[in-house]
Design a protein around this ligand. Sequence first.
Ligand code: HEM
Length: 434
Amino acid sequence: MVTQSSLLTPHYFPPGPAGHPLLGVMRDFQRDPLGYLSQLVGQYGDLVRYRFLPGWYGYIVSHPDHVKYVLQDNNRNYSKQVHPMKFLQLLVGEGLLTSEGEFWRQQRRLAQPAFHRQRLAALGEMMTGTTQAMLDRWQTVEGRPLDVDREMMRLTLRVAARALFDVDVSDAAARVGRAFTEASEYYAAHYVNPLSRTLVHLPTRPHRRFKAAVRTLDQVVQGIIQERRRSGEDRGDLLSMLLLARDADTGQGMSDRQVRDEVMTLLLAGHETTSNALTWTWYLLDRHPEAAEKLRAELAAVLGGRAPAMDDLPHLPTTRLVLEETLRLYPPAWGLMRLSEAADQIGGYDLPARTYVVISPYLTHRHPAFWPDPERFDPERFTPEQIAGRPRYAYIPFGGGPRQCIGNTFAMVEAQLVLATVAQLYRLRLVPGR
Ligand code: HEM
C-alpha cells in the first residue's frame, strides 16, 4: 500500500485494517487479543499495520528475520514504553521486566550471576524435593480430580521463592497464589485498554480487588525483605545479591522499594510462565499417548524409579523435546510489545516513530515457512538436526536480544525436573468434557 503523508515523501506501509472510524480496532483486540492477532496475520501476512485508535498505529511482526531485527539488531530503537508495560508497573514497579535504559542494564548485570548454570546446579535437589512434597499430598486425594493448573502454580511459586530468596512460602503460598492469580486475571482483562492505569482508581469491585491483591503481595514481599535485612546474612541467593549491591560511584545500596520491585518481578515472571508451560504439557501428553509412552519409557530406562537430578538432564532428551514443543504450541508469553522511538524500516516498509510493534511467539511459532503442519504436536521438531535447519528467531518462547528472559535456563531445568519426577509416577488425564 502506498500512501502520501506529505507531498514530497511517499511512505510504504504494510497492509492491514483501519477498523471503525472512531474506535479503530481497539475493540476487536479487547474481545479476543490472540484470536484477533491470528486473524490479521492469516489475512495480511508477515507484516500487518493496524489502526488501534485514530492516529495510533501498531505493526504485527511475525517473520523471524523481522523479529530478530526488532529484538536484536536494532533493539535500541524499540523500547518497552507501551501501555501494557506501564500498567504492569502497578504490580511490579520498576523491576527487570518493566524498566529501561541504564537503570535496567545495571539491574540486569546485578541479577545475572544468580542465574548462572553453576548456581542452578545447587537448586536441582530443592526442585525435585518440592515436587515430591506435592506428590505426597496427591496421594491423599487419589481418585478425585485435581486442578492441575492450580497445583503447578503453587509448585512453581514455591520453587521460585525458595530458589531466589531462600524463603519457604508454603504457609503463605495459597494466599500469595490467590493474590497473583487475581492480579493476573485483572491484568489480562484490562491491559489492552490504554486508560487502564487511570481506570484502576475507580472504586468498583474488580479495581478494589486488584488493589487488595497488590497489598497482599506487598505485605508478603516486604516481610521477606525486612527479615533478611534484620538478619544481615549473606545466603548467596538473589535477595542477598540485591541487598548487598552497592553503586560503584556512590556506594549507595538499593532502596527497599527497588528491592521490592525486583522481588515482585521475579516471583511473578518466575512462576506463572513455567507453571503454564507445565500445565499445557500435561494437556498435550494426555492428547498424545504415543508421546507420553515414549517419555515414560525414557524415564524408566534412565532413572528406573529414582528421583531425577541435574546430571540426568542430558540423558533425558525426550523430556526436553516434549517441553520445547509445548513451548512452541503454547508459549506462555504469547505476545511481546515494543514502541519504536525513531522512524525505521522493516522488510522494506516504513515504520514511523512512536509506533507499537507486536511480536507474537504464538504466531511466529506457527509460521508455515518454518513449521510444516504447524498445529501438529511433534517433539521431533527439536532434534539438533531439525533445529539447525531453522533460523534462531523462528522459535522465541523466551524472547531474544538483550531483553531475553533471564530465567530461561532456570525454567527449563525446573520444568524438566518436575516433568520427570511426576511422569514417572503419574499419568494425568483430562476430566472428560473439560
Ligand atoms: C517457561 C517459562 C518462561 C517463559 C516462557 C518466559 C518468557 C519470557 C519472555 C518471552 C521474556 C521477554 C519479554 C520481552 O522481551 O518483552 C521474559 C523476560 C523475563 N523473564 Fe521470563 N520466562 C519464563 C520463566 C522465567 C523465570 C523462571 C524467571 C525468573 C526466575 C523469569 C524472569 C524473567 C525476567 C526478569 C524477564 C525480564 C528480563 C529483562 O528484560 O531483562 N522468567 N521471559
